[in-house]
Ligand binder design. Sequence first.
Ligand SMILES: Cc1cc2nc3c(=O)[nH]c(=O)nc-3n(C[C@H](O)[C@H](O)[C@H](O)COP(=O)(O)OP(=O)(O)OC[C@H]3O[C@@H](n4cnc5c(N)ncnc54)[C@H](O)[C@@H]3O)c2cc1C
Length: 381
Amino acid sequence: MERIVIIGSGLAGYNVAKELRKLDKSAALAIITADGGEFYSKPMLSNALGTGKTPQTLPLNSATQMAEQLAAEVRVRTRVTAIEPEHHRVRLGDETLEYSKLVLAIGAAQIRLPLEGGAAGEVLSVNSLDDYARFRTTLDGKKRIAIIGAGLIGCEFANDLATSGREVEVIDIAGQPLPRLLPPEGGELLRDRLAALGVTWHLGTSASGIERSGAGLRVALADGIAIDAEIVLSAVGLKPKLELAQAAGIEVNRGIRVNRFLETSAPDVHALGDCAEVEGLVLPFVMPIMHAARALAATLAGTRTALSYPAMPVLVKTPACPTIVSPPANDAAGEWKIEKSEDGVKALFVDATGKLLGFSLNGKATAERAKLAQQVPPVLA
Ligand SMILES: Cc1cc2nc3c(=O)[nH]c(=O)nc-3n(C[C@H](O)[C@H](O)[C@H](O)COP(=O)(O)OP(=O)(O)OC[C@H]3O[C@@H](n4cnc5c(N)ncnc54)[C@H](O)[C@@H]3O)c2cc1C
């Protein structure tokens, strides 16, 4: 049967569908999703307090509206339990659904630290609208939050929660916030600006266990300190969801492996978004998804189209210290050249010939974003 099946209704799944409909109005399309199928911008979860949004007002469209807009069947709260590439069909429990083309847009799971203690199970994390709704319900009336992880998501939540008047403590094994994205000088400015907002840092140490303590929680740190909090939010990173593909014999590595045509090792099965590893790159951000969605939609509509990525700077939503990063490739050889001013840090990663390979900008230096973005090499030429 001629039917395109997309698994997942996140930015990856819905954007492929939207792009496809620009090119092909009539192909039969089914979107199967384990969640409620609302169309929402996930990046808005980590600044929703500051922008006055709630889990109810974040969705731009309901699943029913999306089904209408996309002329698609959208099946919500439905989990794909297996893929059978040899039969061109997926299993939804006892039911089977045939596809002519399958798109895996199943996202990533939050990594959970192996924490000791009786309250380790009470740690929250946020990687979906459902998670965020749970978080906001728990947050009601609470004042003290401990965040494990000072990466992009941890810092954004720290900024949002501190601005809303909460007491925030952030723990990270690294000695600075955004350790993978910022050189130390940029990390310092971000750390100090968030500290000025009231954030307490516990850097260079890790959370080892969590116990109940009265009505709240007590987080034990490796350096012997204990933090009292009412909520513990874990933001230590994401891991592409691989199990479904792996069980079907589809090649995986750090993510579900795909080539530039977003093709997996199984015929007619594609992958994109947080679950995918494109030519060795796992890039869990919005811009790569938008590029991949356009290329894949063209392929699905009949014009096999290779994906390329331009430079894609990421804006970190920490208004206390505006931050933009365009990290150099993992294997790039070069060094950081830092220019510090009173209210900004401009860091340029250059090779031996002076060629710009990446940059990070904090504070006032973010004004240079557009100019620098034109100079860095494309992420996937
Ligand atoms: C708090 C937060 C802030 C962020 N801020 C930024 C930012 O500022 N800038 C930026 O570029 N990026 C940001 N990101 C990253 C960005 O939001 C993600 O890269 C993007 O949303 C991932 O979309 P996705 O569709 O690949 O995955 P997801 O949104 O995780 O969607 C996966 C979908 O697959 C479904 N699914 C999974 N398994 C199954 C199954 N077996 N059967 C059926 N359905 C299934 C799920 O229900 C879901 O609908 C942020 C992420 C978070 C969590």
